[in-house]
Design a binder for this molecule. Structure first.
Ligand code: NAD
Length: 268
C-alpha cells in the first residue's frame, strides 16, 4: 500500500510521524507523496483539513485516517500509542482500502468579474464583510429567500456541523445525510430588517446563491483557508458530487464521537 503522512510539526507529532515511517518500512508499505492510497494525518482536526486540501484533486483514489496528538479529534480518532496497530491494519488487511466511510462535502462555485471557480470544503465555507456588516441576498433554488444583514453566513457539511456551525447554534447532522446547512452569524433583526433566524438544511440537488451587495470587500473562508475578494458577484453552494473517504479499521460511531467530544462522562 502507498501512503503519505501530513503532520502538525510539533514535537509529539514529529515523533509519531518518525515512528509511523519506521513501522511502515517494517510492514512493507511504500512512501508515495504524489499518489498515496492513504494519507495519514498526525496532529488534530486542523491537520486533517490541511491533508484534505493537499490531496483534494485525488479524492477518488485516496482515503484519509487521523492520529490525534492532542485531544480526541473528529477526524483524528487514533492515538499515538496505537500507531503499530494502525500500520498493521493498513499493511495486513487485504480489504484495508475498501473499509472506508464516505462523507459529503460542500461545493462552492465562486463568480467574480474574472470568471468562475469551483472549490470543495470538508467542514464549511463562510462569508463575512471586511468593512463591517455583510449585506447579501440569499436565493434558494433561484427564488429570492431573504436579504441578510449581519456578521456573516456559514455553509457547512454534515461532518463540519460539529465545528464552526455548532458555535452558531446550528444542528449537528449525521454524515450519512447528503446535505448542507446554512447558519447565520449574528443577523440584524428588527422592524426593518428580517432574516429567518434559524439555520436551514438543504438536500442534495438544491442550491443556494449568496449575492453580496456590490462594491463591498468580502472575506471568504474555506475550512482553515481564507481570501479577501473585492470583485465577488455571487457564490453558489450545493452538496458536492465528490465525497471524502476515511479509512475505518474499527468502528467509532459518529454519535459516540459527538458524546465524547462535547458531553464526556454522563452523571446519573
Ligand atoms: P483551529 O486549530 O483554531 O481549530 C478550531 C477548532 O475546531 C479545533 O478545536 C478543532 O479540533 C475544531 N474542529 C475542526 N474541525 C472540526 C469538526 N469537524 N468537528 C468538531 N470540531 C472541529 O483552526 P484551524 O485548524 O484553522 O481549523 C479551521 C476550522 O476551525 C474551521 O473549519 C472551523 O470549523 C473552525 N472554526 C471554528 C470557529 C468557532 O467555532 N467559532 C471559528 C473559526 C473557525
Amino acid at each position: 500500500m502507498k501512503y503519505n503522512v501530513v503532520h502538525r510539526g510539533d514535537e509529539i507529532s514529529v515523533r509519531t510521524k518518525d515512528r509511523f515511517h519506521e513501522l511502515a518500512v517494517r510492514y512493507g508499505m511504500t512512501l508515495d507523496e504524489q499518489c498515496p492510497d492513504i494519507v495519514v494525518s498526525i496532529g488534530g482536526d486542523g491537520t486533517m483539513l490541511q491533508a484534505f486540501h493537499q490531496y483534494v484533486d485525488r479524492l477518488q483514489s485516496t482515503s484519509f485516517v487521523g492520529i490525534h496528538t492532542g485531544h480526541l479529534g473528529f477526524y483524528a480518532d487514533w492515538n499515538p500509542d496505537e500507531v503499530e496497530s494502525l500500520v498493521r491494519h493498513m499493511a495486513e488487511d487485504p480489504d484495508a482500502l475498501s473499509r472506508t466511510v464516505k462523507y459529503p462535502l460542500v461545493d462552492i462555485c465562486i463568480t467574480t468579474t474574472r470568471g468562475k471557480e469551483h472549490h470543495v470544503a470538508l467542514n464549511e465555507f463562510t462569508l463575512k464583510g471586511v468593512e463591517g456588516t455583510l449585506v447579501a441576498e440569499l436565493r434558494i433554488n433561484d427564488q429570492r429567500f431573504e436579504m441578510f444583514r449581519g456578521d456573516g453566513i456559514c455553509i457547512s457539511t454534515p461532518s463540519g456541523s460539529t465545528a464552526y456551525n455548532r458555535s452558531l447554534n446550528g444542528a449537528i447532522l449525521h454524515p450519512s445525510l447528503e446535505a448542507i446547512q446554512i447558519a447565520e452569524m449574528a443577523s440584524i433583526n428588527n422592524r426593518v430588517y428580517r432574516t429567518l433566524g434559524s439555520s436551514i438544511v438543504l438536500p442534495k440537488h438544491h442550491h443556494c446563491d449568496i449575492i453580496p451587495k456590490p462594491g463591498h470587500t468580502i472575506l471568504l473562508t474555506l475550512d482553515h483557508l481564507s481570501v479577501q475578494l473585492s470583485d465577488l458577484i455571487s457564490i453558489r453552494s450545493t452538496v458536492a458530487e465528490q465525497k471524502v473517504s476515511f479509512a475505518r479499521f474499527r468502528p467509532f460511531p459518529f454519535w459516540n464521537r459527538v458524546r465524547d467530544a462535547f458531553i464526556g462522562d454522563i452523571v446519573e
